[in-house]
Design a protein around this ligand. Structure first.
Ligand code: BGC
Length: 922
């Protein structure tokens, strides 16, 4: 038996992170027993025991809060001992966490310098005099900073002397209300490199960004560089010294002449050195500094070009083979004075470089060479790209270029593959959508002049992200930031977080305030996220209640609704709104949010709130039923999304009536999806959970527009913003709003995890799960490894023949699974099976075929359209021309012998037999 995954607040060895109290979690592996019986946590403050829980049966391995009064700038070590029901016992290794400055006052002063035309580097020699035993740097630089320790003042800033391997510090948040500083352990570095140099860039804080900042001069949060740093040094002789930013620091200028997030960066290595200048101290007030919430952003992967293209326009274009987000490294030689320009784009058009869909974002890198062999890499910007147009380098070799994939640290915990290559590509595209849009903030897209934390996009993708990655700490920061925005807006949740001054709100987007913490809780099992976000969740629902007033005012304000759906009545190509009544959507989510607050209140033990919000939800849902349902149970919002919402949220009192409506809705459009941002995220899940799993699979496997595989067939390597982002001819459909890396529709991956591979949480954190994979012949197999908060699950199934399936399952220590064997003979299992920890396997012949079975009682149009049946009909002389359009909705049997069709009764009989044979074939 061993103890693994020891974390504090969901992090390995957190240094300087915001925490009121430490929350410990761990896992037990390789144990003979089946559950943990007792555990003990011991914590030492700088070596002295400060907490011992004693061996207790009440410690939860998913989150135990130790009641310790934390001290600032203090290192704590801890160890867990656990015992199983068989009496086995093990100790973990010794782990640590360290607090930041917490509420301690800063001795340093904010310093600044003139904006100037080159990025500043602040510098100070730290006069350390004695043997160092511990040194820490506490630092925040605005807009963005990179800190270095060098041996001498004259030494160039080089990656080797960089402190921490993080990019884009101090990260992106609502800088109006709070600023994050970071903590670094510089003990070793400071022993030999006493000169601290801090390079600043403009970033999100001072550069143009968002909707209201057309130029750097209009930057919403700030106009001036700022730096605050404190260096605390403990000497071996027990003494302590603090160095901090003040007017004794100096500033010089780097060769970066321009940088911002959207437009890229310019560097000129021919510029002369600038003499050191004094800094100024900041006199105006600066928002408070907070221990960090943001997890590190780092280079996570490197990708090499797959080709160097010479386009018909004589351009040199590198193809990375993958649409990705990050920076790059490029080694080359160019003569002195030579300008090199790199431009980044997502797609080629007419075999040429193209970047018009980035709108006003220049997304370029410009460099003027000093005639020295160099390796260049931007410091304060990033790009969303697959193609790079390179100008100014003779003898460009693709191997000299490396794409650096950049995103926040989040361990991959979900690994899923299937027997279908196109579906594997789709899973990979959804995952790349995550990797490309989790750069400190969950963004809509990484390339154009937007890249913002749109709450709606973040909300619909949260479960998918939590299947792929351990994103607790990432979301904790985003949700904390969301709450800080709400505080100035009386509970309103801005559509983007951080808002950059754009304060409008809308349903589904603002409902991120309730839906996201709840999803994080469901996936991680940690109630801490609910406790931290509870006021935010409540404030959002109370805000809606205020706007709603006596006259349903919430329905009357603007809502994005089923954004980008394909069923708006005017059918305009550039229409962004969908066909589903926005007031209905707003009310469904209002009720849902109220219900989630009630659930959270229940978990946290706030009984009165739980009752208040439960009653509110019931009231809202009653009013929806009154307004939008007929007395016989029909839903009047007769769109795919309208009906899906009715089923998903249990609004339909007669679900069968709504299911019939929904099936008809699909049939009328040839079983194609028409859903937008709201409907798509729930589409396949809700169909499956309402007994229409074959339709869900049909939508997944549809290769025509609109559908996921349509994109794959056109070579997509990420998920597109619009179903028609690119036409069948390869032409981009519009430039106004057309990103090729928008993760929202990638939320279908949640359904693949949940229902195709078949693993979903029943109790928060996957302590108890449901394992119920739904097989499909086209998928062939699915294999999932999921390292949940409760332990590692494995589910895999494979079709050995068209009807014979082998299912293997592994349930981790301490966990329980409800198993539902799909289409299993009664002899194998009648009713749900409950599994404890262990490995299991079943092989059986399913009671029905694992594909859609067609008969002549199906509608004629469907039999004529389906690739499995169309050739059978043709063989018996039945084609599109044989049946008048008004009879296409009749069944083929009804068409047989009818005077208005050319289909004979004999043909129908022959087709019936042929279809039967197909159904039974294995
Ligand atoms: C973004 C979206 C966002 C939307 C609001 C767009 O510009 O890219 O993904 O949710 O606006 O409807």
């Amino acid at each position: 038996m061993k103890i693994t995954n020891c974390k504090v607040n969901h992090m390995d060895h957190p240094l300087g992170y915001a925490m009121e109290q430490p929350r410990f979690s761990w896992l037990i592996e390789d144990a003979g027993g089946s559950c943990m019986e007792a555990a003990r946590i011991q914590v030492w403050e700088e070596g002295t025991l400060c907490h011992d829980s004693g061996m207790s049966e009440n410690l939860d391995y998913m989150g135990y809060t130790a009641p310790i009064e934390l001290e600032p700038r203090t290192r704590y070590t801890w160890q867990v001992t656990a015992r199983t029901d068989l009496g086995e016992e093990a100790e973990s290794g010794i782990h640590w966490f360290e607090t930041g400055k917490m509420d301690e006052a800063w001795t340093g002063h904010w310093i600044t310098c003139d904006r100037g035309s080159r990025m500043p580097v602040f510098q100070k020699r730290l006069p350390v005099s004695k043997e160092i035993s511990r040194a820490r740097l506490y630092i925040c630089g605005l807009g963005l900073y990179e800190a270095y320790l060098t041996e001498t003042e004259a030494q160039a800033l080089h990656a080797d002397s960089r402190i921490g391997k993080e990019l884009f510090t101090p990260y992106c948040n609502n800088y109006k209300d709070w600023l994050q500083y970071q903590t670094y352990d510089i003990t070793e570095a400071l022993k030999t490199r006493p000169v601290l140099q801090v390079h600043l860039g403009v970033g999100w804080y001072m550069g143009r960004f968002g909707f209201f900042c057309p130029s750097d001069e209009d930057a919403y949060y700030g106009r001036n560089f700022r730096l605050m740093a404190e260096i605390h040094v403990d000497y071996a002789d027990g003494s302590h010294e603090v160095f901090a930013t003040d007017e004794s620091w100096q500033v010089w200028r780097s060769n970066i002449t321009f940088t911002n997030i959207y437009d890229g960066e310019h560097r000129d290595d021919t510029l002369p050195e600038v003499p050191l200048e004094p800094v100024q101290t900041v006199t105006e007030s600066v928002p408070p500094l907070t221990d960090r919430y943001s997890v590190p952003v780092r280079v996570q992967e490197e990708v090499k070009p797959i080709a160097l293209l010479h386009t018909p326009k004589k351009e040199l274009v590198l193809d990375l083979g993958q649409n990705l987000t990050g920076t790059f490294r490029l080694g080359f030689f160019a003569p002195k004075g030579q300008e090199i320009r790199l431009q980044f784009g997502e797609v080629l058009q007419e075999d040429r470089f193209y970047n018009e869909n980035l709108r006003s974002a220049k997304a370029e890198y410009r460099y003027i060479s000093d005639g020295v062999q160099r390796e260049i890499s931007p410091a304060f910007t990033f790009y969303g790209y697959r193609y790079v147009k390179v100008e100014g380098i003779d003898n460009l070799h693709p191997e000299d270029f490396t794409a650096l994939v950049v995103h926040s640290d989040m361990a991959q915990i979900g690994h899923l593959t299937t027997g279908n290559e196109k579906i594997n590509r789709l899973i990979s595209n959804a995952h790349w959508g995550l990797k490309g849009n989790f750069l400190d903030v969950p963004t809509d897209c990484p390339q154009r002049d937007e890249r913002m934390g749109w709450t709606g996009d973040a909300q619909v993708f949260t479960p998918t992200a939590l299947y792929f990655r351990d994103a607790y700490a990432f979301y904790r920061k985003y949700l904390h930031d969301l709450h800080t925005e709400q505080q100035a807006l009386r509970g309103k949740v801005p559509n983007v977080v951080p808002s950059f001054g754009y304060h409008a709100t809308a349903c589904v987007w603002g409902d991120a305030a309730t839906i996201m913490p709840w999803a994080v809780y469901q996936f991680t099992g940690d109630t801490a996220i609910l406790r931290e976000q509870y006021e935010s969740m409540k404030a959002w629902v109370d805000y809606i209640t205020r706007i709603d007033g006596e006259n349903q005012g919430w329905k009357q304000v603007f809502h994005f609704g089923d954004w980008l759906a394909l069923d708006h009545p005017d059918h305009r190509a550039d229409q962004v709104l969908g066909g589903t009544d926005e007031g209905y959507i707003a009310y469904v989510y209002y009720g849902h949010s109220a219900g989630l607050v009630a659930e959270a209140a229940k978990v946290l033990g706030y009984q009165a709130d739980a009752e208040h919000y439960r009653v509110l939800k019931e009231k809202i849902y009653a009013s929806i039923r009154y307004e939008y349902f007929t007395p016989m149970g029909k839903c009047c919002v007769d769109t795919q999304t309208g009906l899906l919402l009715a089923l998903k949220f249990g609004l339909a009192e007669h679900p069968n009536v709504v299911i019939r409506q929904l099936k008809k809705r699909f049939e009328q459009v040839g079983n194609k999806l028409q859903t937008g941002f709201v409907g798509t995220s729930m589409l396949c899940n809700t169909l499956t959970e309402s007994g229409m799993e074959r339709l869900a699979y049909d939508l997944l496997f549809n290769e025509e527009y609109p559908g996921w595989l349509y994109e794959i067939n056109l070579g997509a390597t990420t998920v597109w913003e619009r179903w028609n982002s690119i036409g069948p001819d390869g032409k981009i459909s519009s430039t106004g709003m057309n990103s090729l890396n928008h993760y929202s529709y990638g939320a279908v991956a949640e359904w693949i995890f949940r229902h195709c591979a078949g693993l979903s949480p029943v109790e928060p954190g996957f302590r108890k799960v449901r394992i119920a994979p739904i097989y499909d012949l086209r998928l062939g197999s699915a294999a999932l490894i999921y390292q949940s908060a409760a332990g590692t699950y494995r589910v895999s199934w494979k079709l050995e023949t068209a009807r014979r399936v082998k299912l293997e399952v592994e349930v981790p220590f301490g966990c329980e699974a409800e198993l539902k064997l799909y289409l299993a003979p009664e002899s194998l299992c009648d009713g749900p099976v409950c599994l404890g920890p262990g490995k299991y396997s079943w092989t059986y012949r399913t009671t029905a075929p694992l594909k859609r079975v067609y008969t002549v009682d199906d509608k004629a149009w469907e039999l004529l359209a389906a690739p499995e049946t169309a050739p059978v009909l043709a063989e018996h002389g039945v084609t599109g021309q044989s049946i008048a359009p008004q009879h296409l909705m009749d069944s083929l049997r009804q068409c047989g012998g009818s005077p208005e069709t050319l289909v004979t009764v004999e043909a129908v009989q022959a087709i019936e037999q042929a279809l039967q044979a197909i159904a039974e074939a294995e």
